[in-house]
Design a protein around this ligand. Sequence first.
Ligand SMILES: *Cc1c(COP(=O)(O)O)cnc(C)c1O
Length: 467
Amino acid sequence: MDIEALFRLAAQSAARFRNAVAERPHRPLRDYAGSVAAFDEALPEGPAEANALISDLAARADPGLHLMAGPRFFGWVIGGSHPVGVAADMLTSAWGQNAGNHTAAPSAAAVETVAARWLLQLLHLPGECSVGFVTGATVANFTCLAAARGAVLRRHGWDADARGLFGAPPITVLIGDDAHTTVFSALQFLGLGHDRVIRVATDGEGRIRADAFEEALSGVDGPAIAILQAGQINTGAFDDFHALIPLAKGKGAWVHVDGAFGLWASASLERRALAAGVEEADSWATDGHKWLQTPYDSGYAIVRDELAHRRAMTIAASYLPLAGEGERDPSHYVPELSRRARGFATWAMIRHLGRHGIADMIERNCKAAAAIAAILGERQDVRVLNEVVLNQVIVRFGTDGEAGDRLTQEVIAAVQKDGQIFVGGAQWRGRQVMRISVCNFQTDVHQAEIAAAAILSALGRVSAEVK
Ligand SMILES: *Cc1c(COP(=O)(O)O)cnc(C)c1O
């Protein structure tokens, strides 16, 4: 097999896709059913020639690809798969390292050691923290909360890692009413239950109310975990860490912060104040594939108590080499043994952008979000519903009631059909909203102006039809 020809073919096809970003609409050209039809055939009995097969794969996939890496994709909080991260990720695949331990894959383990230190410095988190390189914030939340579960029970004389939860002292879990759905999933996976929690009331932006938090804590006696948030998925709002963390710690609770995208505010001088006090928590979940722009998938589980982290995740067996003093086995901080060498893409992105480049990108995106909100907010028939403090904008069209819900849905559909930009919808406070998430290295105020114009043009078309 001519490996060089094969890899060149794949790289050329990848480059063609990325170079077409400017011309292609910001939506898939073919839906799911059409995509199944494009791939579906009987199980192949014999081989297919490698080059032809890779060309065929690219051709079959292409119409069903969504331009998530494009500059005007605002659908969900999805990063841009930066070309430098993609190139590092191509090498990662080609190198075929199983990055579970440092003896088997020295470079893969070492690059995580260095990238972990960089991440803590970028995010202004304590240097003693350990970092697990996981698939995303869902698994990062899971990993951090597993460490929390073990630690709070250990303090009450129970070894949950060995004995499980049956017969254990009950853990009180406090969580904001507007926490991300994946945190509830993490609680479910951990046997803590997604409903067996105290949901704490939030304010209009989705921030935990300090008075409600204090009241919820007043009944706590025993093991407890408090889950706070940096960056609400609709509003981008931050919990008040300075007020809440001391209250929780006063009751001996482990404080975990879901900061999938919002934690990156700490990397920007202009936005840092939003996350003030977040470094006082015990654990943090964040993503690489959102604001750091690494390709999918990449998330980080960060835990202050390294031993609690390792006790929750360590996989040991007699045939596996042991890490000694000063060595780090990646698999001891994540739920997998065999795993992708995710550190390479993270290292490459931080090395490429540097501290200043990352801060500039975050600021650029926040300014773009503010620009969209400012343009839309000038209109009588559009309402921006959140304080645009970060990269999130939620808007509604028309009246307060059901007619406004319908109009908002129609405008979203018209924007998607047009394809200049991509936005999605959500329910916020029982009402339909359009969600605009800015999380791409290419998105600046110029792109924001194109986006606002596309939204207003869609509103004009829909309104004309209604009349
Ligand atoms: C995206 C997100 C998650 C889940 O992260 P994944 O990377 O999709 O697993 C959790 N919390 C918040 C606030 C998010 O934005």
